[in-house]
Design a protein around this ligand. Sequence first.
Ligand code: BGC
Length: 744
Amino acid sequence: MRRSGAFAALGLALIFTGCKKAQSTPEDLFIENLLSQMTIEEKIGQMNQVSWGDWNEMARKGEIGSVLNLTDLYAINEMQRCAIEESRLGIPVLVSRDVIHGYRTMMPIPLGQAATFNPEIARKGARVAAIEATAEGIRWTFAPMVDISRDPRWGRIAESCGEDAYLTSVMGAAMVKGFQGDSLNDPTSMAACVKHFVGYGAAEGGKDYNSTKLTENELRNVYLPPFEAACKAGSATYMTSFNDNDGIPCTANEFILKNVLRNEWQFDGFVVSDWASVAEMVPHGFAADNKEAAMKAVKAGVDMEMVSGTYAAHIKELHKEGKVDKKHLDDAVRNILRVKYRLGLFENPYFDPEQKVAYVPEHLEVARQAATESAILLKNENRTLPLDEKKIRNLAIIGPMADAPYEQMGTWSFDGQKEYTVTPLTAIREMVGNKVNVIYQPGLDFSRDKDKKGFGAALTAAKQADAVVVFVGEEAILSGEAHSLADLNLVGAQKELVRALSETGKPLVTVVMAGRPLTIGEELERSHSVLYSFHPGTMGGPALADLLFGKAVPSGKTPVTFPKMVGQIPVYYNHKMTGRPASRQETLMDAIPVEAGQTSLGCTSFYLDAGFDPLVPFGYGLSYTTFAYDTPRLNTNQYGKNDVIKATCTLTNTGDYEATEVAQLYVRDMVGSLTRPVKELKGFQRVTLKPGESKDVTFELPVEELAYWNIDMQHKVEEGDFQLWINTDSRSGDAAPFRVIETI
Ligand code: BGC
């Protein structure tokens, strides 16, 4: 098959290029040359992404810039051949798909990956996904999603890295690097698409697609930083979001798409709309019809439209009417061609459909490590975990998630095949089946099952056993896009199942596999140990078996705060202080006298019936060992704006397992020109220590990283007092004070 005609013609065309811009790079020359030959129809074609139709014919006519969800390997190459060999300019089509947390080999869902606090494993997971997906012709993925998610009702929290801007920035950037590899031009590299730009996770009441009301301060200080980090990491594309923020649908938000993304961040890739989000500006009530929607999106800077076809239908006419300038079109097409060029598609548009890379052992190993590091130990009373295979003769495995190969892959597992998933039941049998009598009685067939007919057998199994492990949670379909929930308790009869098992008095380990934090206060109370595993993917079973039997030690930390009850939401660690900061008391409900006079009861900003504390704070996770931290020591207590803060703390493994701890660095800016969060994560390190071993953990934090968008909407470090913590979670430890002084 030949190379793109456009690529072959480059040599000649360089001489004739008539672009005003200084033509410095071969890339610019190539793009300007191609652009100068394009008709308006061909330009509009590049701006059109489709998901159905006669791909070959559209490719031949130059009517499409990209396809999504075309998965037949031979059809992809044939469509590409039509574009390269039979279209007038031979421009390749960009083939895309939602490869969110794995292609065939599924990694834990992104929320689980965030729980590892290990960007390197996130990078490796994305690399595996890219290798597997590109082997099947996909060169563009719609990931990572870096929407700050402070609301577990929102189903898409599963796809996020949780509530924190810093953690999300670090993990999102690592994923971009993994997808894109060392160079986009490598045939195993996939262009990343950081999404959803912007604020989508703040949807009202956690209802998907709903409105957001984020101010510029909140956007710049909380929601935009992960997108900027992804830009710095080189993300080739951005996707707009469905929500209207403060009345403006993000698919037509010129301030965000032009001022911030293009001018401030100097982004030179392209922007795609979300699925039909251009046409959806009509139901939003922001455009009277599709034509107006197309005009608003293109002028705001949406270069490519995903599936709703309003560009293809209306831009030519809009241009004739003078409502869309040639410059708008040329800029959009330039951006798209630039990414295709960088992907090397003009040179190598085809792939070899015979490659076999899915589920190779190295990929499964990455998935296993990610799943192991993502599990969070929330409780371990009486050191019930790890289970001792020498002491346990009968082990009861109960619950609808113990052997649910499809469900444990989690949301966005289009291409993961459940036949390759290893469940906890299979892995436990394989690991200890020859020594321990494993009695499996699910009790319920699936998570929403309300039929308790299996309870009898499950309880009999539990009573015979020396220990019980119950696997509960959510089926994959209960989280993800358009799957928000108003109730976060365990679904179906799972609550009753855990309750009944706890009443047997047997050592009870509850493993939760879910797409979001659930309100599991009762289960935490009733179980001796709780291991929380956000849908852990293909290798979740072996990872959990390793953890349950102590072949691995838990090291995951909560990437999001767990509420006690839904009414506490939003609940996140880096909230503001308020004028009446809450104390830590539990509830006042029962303490209020009958016919109490109208009084504030000394109350602060908290709930009478839920208190102030969440169920589990951000950054929390236990280990089979214990760790001790001393108070952080600073190299000085006064810093100038160009200094680097050196903060050290001695971390000691005070227990008897070699284990990894995620040491977390938090700061608080005591007084600002705007009110500041009570704490902000600024760094973390995974540190592995042998029993009894101590290590000095040092963080070097440039003072400029204390900058924030202040009252004048300027990104600045403000002088004054700060506090700094290094500890095991967002709630623990003693602070070290320091000052930032302008004049130093
Ligand atoms: C989602 C995106 C996704 C796109 C393409 C939309 O509904 O919001 O995240 O990438 O569909 O499948």
